[in-house]
Design a protein. Sequence first.
Length: 259
Amino acid sequence: MKLDLDLDLPPFAPGSVWLVGAGPGDPGLLSLLALHALGAADVVVYDALVDRRILRLARMGAMLDHAGKRGGKPSPQQPDITLKLIRYASEGKRVLRLKGGDPFVFGRGGEEALALAAAKIPFRIVPGITAGVGGLAYAGIPVTHRDTNSAVAFVTGHASDGDLPDGIDWTALAKGAPVLVIYMALKHLDRIAARLMAAGRDAAEPVAIISKATTPAQRVLVTALGRAGAAAAAIEPPAIVVVGPVVRFAALLAPDALR
């Protein structure tokens, strides 16, 4: 798709790579720069979480190269994906690296950008709406509200080896941020909840688990911290988890279909 608006958007030069955030799912949340890149790219290297409707916006004739990594399933390795980006660009192609959410929010975009810089491949970063903001909004949950919280922490619940990250100070998080937004947390949510409660968070504190956020299959489950681990068993990934008082707004602000 080619944009006819006179927006003076930057050219997508041959031999360059654009690292683009596709947002949490809904094609309507794409940025104009993302849409511009889809209309110009020769190759689209895309993640598993990129909605198929977004891929249909790619230029006719563009190569679509799946590079998605999903836990527990055979997946491309990150070094191989990075080398692929460099190889395509070295061949003079316009390479769109399309990533779910935002490339720099638990998306390994920083690793890919560093590798491109080291290889002297020109690149551009195009931010996207991360699920920890957009997914919550589609569930009627503001990530901040002046009556509830002036701070929020974004955390990953899944390390590269598949286990719970060991570099996170859960006690400090429990005490320091009234609202926690936890990515990739389903597998370890029972352990995460136990650590937060051991650090003083109330077992009755509200928790929302948002599955397949912003897509037609979105599902929102509201529960309490003490029951979150058991509740997670009924939810399909990908999912985002939010802990804290902002969850209560979902009852008032969620779309009618989710109430």
